[in-house]
Structures are given as structure tokens and as C-alpha cells.
Ligand binder design. Structure first.
Ligand SMILES: *Cc1c(COP(=O)(O)O)cnc(C)c1O
Length: 221
């Protein structure tokens, strides 16, 4: 029987091995446990293990699930990993501790305004659509440099990292490398890349944050 505890411990052990393999310290890698589609009752065992960093892809769903869980575990850090509509920006700024999906100027402008009026600043990652996939969110790789500059210079936002979701059917390595190169050019230390199927590879290519859902919580059906 595979329990969530066993799966969680297995993912942590695999992170440790991947870190060691690339001469890194596993303490420098944050596991973002992606709890989307799972109920609060499924998340609780992972909180009880002491885990505190979680990812959700929808503001509405997170809003129904997390306020009570966060109240019970105030050191929880919640990451938004799904596309953010500007009309949900206020709610996202209030609920999330990191927004990993900043990818366009309109959103930068509205986030800047909401951060100022809320007096609360979630950490911000810029999402890059490294595969230039038309259906996927993220700033195009050719626009990433200008967009990062605009975030800082025009909107006065503090960006701490970058995020990507490589095309599902391709070798993720060139995508991980591209993200790492863009981040390095801008002195950004955090790289959110790697999911259940490729987090060890992502760690070997510099990931500081891996977003792992099904390998911990089981199949989303
Ligand atoms: C769902 C999701 C994940 C986790 O995917 P798994 O394959 O279940 O680990 C990671 N990142 C994003 C952006 C997601 O939407």
C-alpha cells in the first residue's frame, strides 16, 4: 500500500539523492507540494509530517481550501502555480505567499497596485513559455529580458525567480537550461522547474523549487 506518507518520504529521499548527485545541498531545494484537486483532508497528513510549502493552480479552489489550513499552520507558504487573471489579482495577493506565474505587463501593473494597497508582497516569479507553445501561459523567451526589466523599472516589483513548464512531449533539459540562463542574466537566484516526472533532472539543472503533485498525493484521476 502506497500511503501519502510513504510517497512524500520517497520524494524527499529522491530530492536528496538528486541534490547529492549534482554536488548540491538538498536544503537548498524547496519541495512545493502541489495539492490542486485534492481536498483539505488529503493535505492534512502532509502538514502533519511538518511540510509547509504547497502549490495550487486556481485562486478560487485555493480560497476554498487554504484559509482554514493556513490558520491552523501559520508558517505555511502557499504558491500560485497556475495562470492568474487580473480580476483575481487582489484575492491572489491576499492569499498566496508566492505567485510563480507573472507573465505579462497588464498583470505586472495590477499586481503592483494590489500589493501596494494590501501592504502584503507575495514573492514573485516570472513564468517563461520556454517552448513558445501557443496554448501555454508564460512570457515568450525572446521577450523575457525586456519584461523582467519592465517589472523592475516601470512597476517597481521585486522579482526573485523564474518558472517554466516544458512542453509535455519534449526533453525538458533544453528548457531547464534556457530558464537558468535567463535567470542568471538577471541575477535571479530561484528557479521553479521540475514536476513529478522530471524533478530529479530539474535539480541536476539548477532547480531551487520543484513542484510535485501526483508523486505525493497520487493520481488526479
Ligand atoms: C499540476 C502542476 C504541477 C504538478 O504536476 P505533477 O505532474 O502532478 O507533479 C506542477 N506545476 C504546475 C504548473 C502544475 O499545474
Amino acid at each position: 500500500m502506497n500511503t501519502v506518507t510513504q510517497r512524500y518520504n520517497d520524494v524527499m529521499a529522491r530530492i536528496e539523492v538528486a541534490a547529492r548527485k549534482s554536488g548540491r545541498d538538498a536544503a537548498d531545494i524547496t519541495l512545493v507540494a502541489v495539492s490542486k484537486t485534492f481536498a483539505a483532508g488529503d493535505v492534512e497528513p502532509v502538514l502533519e509530517l511538518g511540510h509547509r510549502v504547497f502549490g495550487e493552480n486556481r485562486v478560487q479552489e485555493a480560497h476554498g481550501k487554504w484559509p482554514a489550513l493556513k490558520q491552523a499552520h501559520s508558517d505555511t507558504r502557499l504558491h500560485l502555480i497556475g495562470p492568474l487573471q487580473t480580476n483575481k489579482a487582489r484575492e491572489a495577493v491576499a492569499l498566496f505567499d508566492a505567485i510563480e506565474t507573472l507573465d505579462r505587463e497588464k498583470l505586472a501593473r495590477i499586481l503592483a497596485k494590489e500589493i501596494q494597497s494590501a501592504g502584503r508582497s507575495p514573492e514573485l516569479f516570472v513564468q517563461v513559455n520556454t517552448g513558445n507553445e501557443p496554448q501555454k501561459a508564460g512570457i515568450g523567451p525572446e521577450q523575457a529580458d525586456a519584461f523582467l526589466k519592465a517589472c523592475t523599472a516601470i512597476y517597481d516589483l521585486t522579482i526573485t525567480g523564474m518558472m517554466c513548464i516544458p512542453p509535455f512531449d519534449q526533453d525538458p533539459v533544453p528548457h531547464f537550461s534556457m530558464l537558468a540562463e535567463i535567470a542568471a542574466r538577471h541575477g535571479l537566484a530561484k528557479l521553479s522547474m521540475g514536476m513529478s516526472g522530471d524533478f530529479e533532472t530539474a535539480i541536476e539543472h539548477g532547480a531551487t523549487h520543484v513542484r510535485v503533485g501526483s508523486a505525493i498525493f497520487g493520481s488526479r484521476g
